[in-house]
Design a protein around this ligand. Sequence first.
Ligand SMILES: NC(=O)c1ccc[n+]([C@@H]2O[C@H](COP(=O)([O-])OP(=O)(O)OC[C@H]3O[C@@H](n4cnc5c(N)ncnc54)[C@H](OP(=O)(O)O)[C@@H]3O)[C@@H](O)[C@H]2O)c1
Length: 281
Amino acid sequence: MRELAGRPVAAQVEEGIQRRLRERAARGRRFPLLAIVWVGDDPSSAAYIRAKEKAAQRLGIPTRLVHLEGSSGEEAIGAAVQELSEDPQVTGVLIQAPLPPGVDYERIIRLLDPRKDVDGFHPLNAGKLFRGRPELAPCTALGILQLLRHYQIPLRGKHAVVVGRSNIVGRPTAALLEQADATVTLCHSKTEDLAALARQGDILVAAVGSPHFIRASMVKPGAAVVDVGIRRQDGALVGDVHPEVREVAGALSPVPGGVGPLTVAFLLENVVKAAEYLDPL
Ligand SMILES: NC(=O)c1ccc[n+]([C@@H]2O[C@H](COP(=O)([O-])OP(=O)(O)OC[C@H]3O[C@@H](n4cnc5c(N)ncnc54)[C@H](OP(=O)(O)O)[C@@H]3O)[C@@H](O)[C@H]2O)c1
């Protein structure tokens, strides 16, 4: 079984980003500034934000944290997002999920300039993705595709089964796989006989958020399996794919060290892309 390690692939993506940043600096173009909107004090959000800030720092990209009280309502959050949208110094904005209960994420994201939407969650960017012309697309989906391409997993004409249909992972991954000429089945919690469908996949992407959900009996022998899930269990990070799948799969991405590093790398790539849209070379 081949291990689809994400770190070396992420390192390559980051090298490309650094080249583009050097070129921007040399030509006097606007340097990226990533703003992160954080509402409340959720500890796992804090950890994710720290990881993103650290990664940006590593590449010399400055960040600005806009931290709002957990009691902030839609109006205050919306005003902060609008201000960042209009701030000429800020080239990229991400809104850390989850937002407080009662705040409609869909209404907030619409207030963001789509050219600064580094998560690729604005409806205009989602629309461009689903029409086959992605610009700023969701980072995890971009990472999954890059992982498969890097390890030369054939996609054209192959059957890709994606389990999970979130707007963050499953749906955009299915769209990108289809655009890479795979034939895609998108499964979710209401799918009947999911195991039989999963077993048909030459490529199986697990984005469920349920530890060890994918068992060996659900995997076609020799399939390439991408494990997107991350859950913390007794202090360890656990994926959606059961360890027994190693005996059946032809290739498998580890957790941690698989999709995770690529999500961060593609976030940073989107940050550079957004700066390029606002101030082209
Ligand atoms: N590695 C990374 O960089 C990265 C990035 C993002 C997310 N993640 C991880 O990936 C996982 C998924 O994230 P997400 O944001 O997509 O989660 P999510 O929004 O909770 O979506 C989970 C999806 O799985 C489906 N599902 C849940 N239980 C199922 C079942 N028993 N059978 C079939 N489908 C089922 C749900 O179906 P319904 O739509 O029918 O409810 C939903 O579409 C999480 O563990 C998350 O932490 C990792």
